[in-house]
Design a protein around this ligand. Structure first.
Ligand code: UD1
Ligand code: CA
Length: 480
């Protein structure tokens, strides 16, 4: 029977106190709603419907731009080496349904009911429960009979604020009572509704039709379908999540920060189990996907964003940001380095204090030192850019030495132009290479030169004026 997933994402999220709709707040760099969409997509349903409402335009725009951004990632380097982000086309398969007035979770589901057929199973997910795992959802689907109602519940020491599961003497679920509607005795109940339900399409439509807003919050509660199911003698099956935090909701920023740490701790533990070491696993942040080989070491405060791959034995120093890049084997990245959309081959040494911008591609044994910025720079085997340089739109051969303070002047105010430096060239310190320009193989450029024409291979080219001494010069004096 077809599985249809409805994600409730229209609520305002009052307790966030934010101009940004709650579902766009991020956990590990990804909007809350996207976490839930990703979980839904993994289940490969017949249809995924997102009920949106509060901040609707912002929500729709955010998901359109996620698509655009992902498509825009063209690294300008050998694309085969760089992992591409997830194919964004799954977003096009989502049905967006607007709930113009947010009258409660039951009212939210009513907005999608014309999509439900009698033989569908409807899985309801909440957009503010980002860590829900597909393991738990699959278990719910497997354990719930096709004509039954499935619920994910959990027992908490502090159930305050959540809907309580009411059971009869035989332990059968007979209802859910929202926190604000509980009497004192019901408030003691520790088993709560996670909000995740699997509903039989055949019954759901008339259950939704029966909902009223006669409760403490004056809302149409989805949780009232339970009493309907009991009245219709539809069996109710409950399962527990694999771990408690996956069903915890984000209602305020403190809960969001808590779940962020839960996620980061799990991410670090998973990496350690696969052979990665951390100076301190609590000071590591993964905001994307990391594909990592054994014996990689992370010093403190490393942030990994987007898609990153790191080869065997590489060492990542403190305060490093790696975004959408490939790092080879035995690479040393010293502290305070930022690398984005770049490929770093085996045995390179980078930093400290270097910034490698999109399109940087380093062959093996390259050294990039402190205060060096690169962009669209292809650097050959064993070349060195050790200090204080800007290298942009450059093709550099192997065994090239770039002296301190060298600048590729790649921009003429309108166009970007290429600097080519051939194998074995030596660029003296404080040189400006005005692109388009080529420095021939084995050429030497005298320190302090401004090079605006091609420099021939194997020759010394200097453009600075000769040093002179002004004989009659006197230091200036103050007017008397
Ligand atoms: C809900 C459940 C509660 C459960 C808790 C688990 C109901 C009535 N209550 O309470 O039993 O313990 O989740 O976290 O279902 N939404 C809409 N439209 C609306 C209202 C809400 O789309 O009109 C969406 C919100 O964006 C949110 C979700 O539904 O993603 C849950 O809404 P929220 O107001 O957070 O419900 P809770 O009070 O947390
Ligand atoms: Ca909630």
């Amino acid at each position: 029977m077809p599985l249809k997933i409805v994600i409730l994402a229209a609520g305002q999220g009052k307790r966030m106190h934010s101009k940004l709709p709650k579902v766009l707040h991020t956990l590990a760099g990804k909007p809350l709603l996207q976490w839930v969409i990703d979980a839904a997509t993994d289940l490969n349903p017949a249809q995924t419907i997102v009920i949106y409402g509060h901040g609707g335009e912002q929500v729709r725009a955010a998901f359109t731009s996620v698509t655009a951004d992902a498509e825009a990632v063209s690294f300008g380097v050998q694309a085969t080496k760089v992992p591409q982000r997830q194919d964004p086309s799954y977003l096009e398969k989502i049905t967006w349904v607007e709930q113009t007035q947010q009258l409660g979770t039951g009212h939210a589901l009513q907005q999608a009911q014309h999509y439900f057929n009698d033989d569908d199973q409807i899985l309801v997910l909440l957009s503010d429960t980002p860590l829900i795992s597909t393991t738990t959802l699959r278990e719910l689907i497997t354990d719930t009979d096709k004509n039954a109602l499935g619920l994910v519940t959990v027992t908490l020491d502090d159930p305050s604020g959540l809907g309580r599961i009411i059971r009869d003497a035989e332990d059968n679920v007979v209802g859910i009572i929202e926190d604000k509607d509980c009497n004192e005795q019901q408030q003691e109940i520790e088993e709560i509704n996670t909000g995740i339900m699997l509903l039989p399409g055949k019954e759901l439509k008339h259950w939704l039709g029966n909902l009223t807003a006669k409760n403490a919050q004056g809302e149409y509660y989805l949780t009232d379908v339970i009493a309907n199911a009991v009245a219709d003698q539809v069996p109710i099956c409950t399962i527990e999540p694999t771990f408690t935090e996956e069903v915890m909701g984000v209602n305020d920023r403190s809960q969001l920060a808590y779940l962020e740490r839960v996620y980061q701790q799990l991410a670090a533990e998973t990496l350690m189990l696969s052979g990665v070491s951390f100076a301190d696993p609590t000071r590591f942040d993964l905001r994307g996907e990391l594909d990592v080989a054994q014996d990689v070491f992370f010093d403190i405060n490393v942030i990994v964003e987007g898609k990153v791959a790191i080869g065997q034995g590489s060492k990542i120093g403190s305060n490093v940001i790696l975004k959408d890049c490939v790092i080879g084997e035995n690479v040393t990245i010293n502290s305070n380095v930022v690398i984005e959309e770049s490929v770093i081959s085996d045995n390179c040494i980078i930093g400290p204090f270097a910034r490698l911008r999109p399109g940087t591609q380093l062959a093996g044994h390259v050294k990039i030192g402190n205060f060096v910025e690169t962009k669209k720079a292809i650097v050959g085997e064993a070349s060195k850019i050790p200090h204080l340089s800007y290298i942009g739109d450059a093709n550099i051969g192997k065994n090239v030495n770039i002296g301190a303070g060298t600048i590729t002047c790649n921009y003429d105010g309108v166009h970007k132009n290429i600097t080519t430096i051939e194998e074995g060239a030596f660029i003296g310190s404080d040189s400006q290479l005005i692109a388009p320009v080529t420095i021939g193989a084995g050429a030497y450029i005298g320190a302090g030169s401004t090079i605006s024409k091609n420099a021939p291979a194997g020759k010394l080219t200097i453009s600075r004026s000769k040093q002179t001494v002004i004989e009659n010069w006197k230091p200036p004096k103050k007017n008397e």
